[in-house]
Design a protein around this ligand. Structure first.
Ligand SMILES: NC(=O)c1ccc[n+]([C@@H]2O[C@H](COP(=O)([O-])OP(=O)(O)OC[C@H]3O[C@@H](n4cnc5c(N)ncnc54)[C@H](OP(=O)(O)O)[C@@H]3O)[C@@H](O)[C@H]2O)c1
Length: 298
């Protein structure tokens, strides 16, 4: 099987590069070889590689900047996935793409299911929803995995690393408690993607074709950012380096951002689990593994 992975340096792309390697002949492209802002670079690339499977890990993920870079965010998050899926359809290749919990407005108080009506409250969410719709309009064999609160311990700046850093700098940490979501370890999501591909095996096109659609795939369960921070500190393997003595609840209104965030975006992943006969680990179970790995891994 020829696999084309787009994006290998982002949180998920880096893990997919590792996870998909054993499943076929993997070609990996990143910006600037492929620029999702310029669809012609995508079409040319796909026609050259002629893959059986396209996995798109690239996206415009700067949620706040997207408010002012709407044209760019739309091209990368909406137009480009549509082009990828269209080209996949021409080749009878499978297309796997990722979307976001931010397609929802966060007004629900129980986990979102795939049939809930999207109503994004920021431009990033609108552009990702645009991508979902343009992929769905094609006649390709596609899977869209909606995920949420993706983290990786490899990259500075993500929530987990930030919490560990703040804990070493401050005695009192204030973290918002009015945002509730499903933390998702990038490696876990890449592993799920690889398992799904392996399930299809040599019949991948028919396997995905008969199951094509949107699925929720995120760390199982939900948690506030405040509670997430508390658990991160608990799994810190160098707690003696922490200066923090108090972890206090804060409200999102204390930290205004250009883009609004949904207050609640926990995803119900039962449809994914049932369809692909896979179990998604609880968010805390994955976090514990991720933080253990941080201390022992390369
Ligand atoms: N992060 C989250 O919390 C989260 C939550 C829900 C859903 N998702 C979705 O999950 C997927 C993976 O997210 P992630 O966290 O791994 O994102 P990420 O770490 O920000 O990686 C995205 C990658 O896309 C690349 N990219 C940006 N513009 C590009 C362009 N014009 N052409 C080619 N590549 C371009 C970025 O390159 P540069 O770094 O050079 O810009 C980056 O390497 C995305 O579809 C995202 O929307 C993420």
């Amino acid at each position: 099987m020829k696999i084309l992975l787009i994006g290998k340096v982002g949180q998920l792309g880096w893990e997919l590069h590792r996870a998909l390697g054993g499943l076929g002949n993997l070609s990996v492209f990143d910006f600037p070889q492929v620029d999702l802002e310029r669809p012609e670079t995508i079409r040319g690339l796909i026609q050259n590689v002629r893959p059986d499977l396209i996995v798109n890990a690239a996206a415009y993920t700067a949620v706040d900047k997207a408010e002012t870079e709407q044209d760019r965010a739309w091209k990368i998050n909406a137009v480009a996935p549509g082009v990828l899926a269209e080209e996949a359809g021409k080749l009878k290749a499978v297309c796997i793409h990722y979307s976001t919990d931010y397609v929802f407005d966060g007004q629900k108080r129980e986990p979102y299911v795939e049939t809930d009506e999207p109503a994004p409250i920021n431009f990033y969410g609108r552009s990702k929803l645009g991508g979902e719709r343009l992929v769905q309009e094609t006649d390709s064999a596609y899977i869209i995995l909606r995920t949420s609160w993706v983290y990786s311990l490899r990259q500075q700046g993500g929530f987990v690393n930030k919490v560990l850093q703040w804990a070493r700098e401050k005695e009192t940490m204030r973290v918002v408690e009015d945002q509730i979501g499903s933390p998702t370890w990038a490696r876990m999501l890449a592993g799920l993607t690889a398992l799904l591909v392996a399930r299809g095996g040599s019949q991948l096109y028919d396997y995905v074709g008969s199951r094509r659609g949107i699925y929720h795939a995120a760390g199982s369960g939900g948690v506030s950012r405040l509670e997430w921070a508390r658990v991160i500190l608990r799994y810190d393997s160098n707690p003696e380096q922490q200066r923090v003595k108090k972890l206090e609840p804060a409200s999102s209104s204390e930290f205004p951002t250009p883009a609004a965030r949904p207050p609640y975006s926990v995803l119900n992943c039962e449809r994914f689990e049932r369809t692909f006969d896979l179990r998604i680990p609880g968010w805390e179970e994955s976090l514990q593994l991720a933080m253990g790995d941080r201390n022992t891994g390369p």
